[in-house]
Design a protein around this ligand. Sequence first.
Ligand code: ADP
Length: 355
Amino acid sequence: MFFNAKSVSLLLALCIGGVTAAFLSIIPDVSKTGTIVGLMISFSSSFLLTYFVLEFIFFKEIGNIHRQIHELRSNQTTKDVHPELSKKEKNPIVGIKSQIKNYAKMKEDEIAQLKQMEQYRKEFLANISHELKTPIFATQGFILTLLDGAVDDKSVRDRFLKKAAKSLNALNILVEDLLTVSKIEAGEINMEFEEFDLQIMIVDVLEQIEQKAEKKNITVSLEAPSDDPIYINADYNRLKQVVINLVVNGIKYNHKNGWVKVILDVHEDTVTIAVKDNGMGIPHEDQNRIFERFYRVEKSRTKKQGGSGLGLAICKHILERHDAVIQLESVPEEGSTFSFDLTLVKEEEYEDSEL
Ligand code: ADP
């Protein structure tokens, strides 16, 4: 655009010179030479004056402001070191306009993000307080009843002490889970990758969970293409925790006499691990949110089962650290399938690493 100190001064000087010449030409006593001299003097003096004022006061200051805004922005977004500065230097007003617009947009986005984080922090604090309150109040209630005299009755005492111990156990699980989530999120937990046979690990999980399943008369089984080993490279204990969480959920959110299956599907380079149940299922509107910390489908239904509400958040984080994504397919009242893929270690590679 035609907008800098020189061109603006030239335009103004031409106008002033023109007006002066026109004025002189209508005075009868002024000769032609006098008019031309008057025109030249008014043209050059007004050009010099306006140029000086614009260049050294107006545009210089605007240029400085432009540069300062630009520096402020580049400090915040290290990516753009010198965006369009020289191109727009000729017309700093246009530059300033676009810089201010971009800066305001950037700040607006930052504020929106901060507001969202603040909301998230509030929800998280409210959830933690609520979760901690429940077992603490329960334990407090049992102990106060004992102190009020129930301690003298042996059967009541034993029952209440057992209940208090159970509540404290729930509190312990909650705190452990919280620590695990925050450590994984802060990147403080290092995965210890090792090669092992997935089938052996799953059989181990199922044996560990057998008793829990029997209490609800739920059948827990493994379906694999064959008995051949399936070697993977993963953190044994963390992956075991994932499978335990998924199978335990399959039992918890199931009806009596239901089933939970761990299904292994071997492909060329990967193995799909699916934990399938024929339990309550998860409503569509909740399916995207159940991996969030403390998110529960139906508060009352889940509360009875006594989970920390962090199990699936932990599974998601652990699997992310294994470059795996947890998938969910669920139909209410029919059942749910949680699945993820892991990379296989070929048998030859496994044998080589064993040597
Ligand atoms: P919780 O400790 O409450 O079990 P999770 O993070 O493991 O926490 O699960 C979150 C919620 O997802 C549960 O409260 C439950 O409502 C729902 N959910 C998880 N697994 C299943 C499942 N297999 N069937 C039905 N609902 C499930």
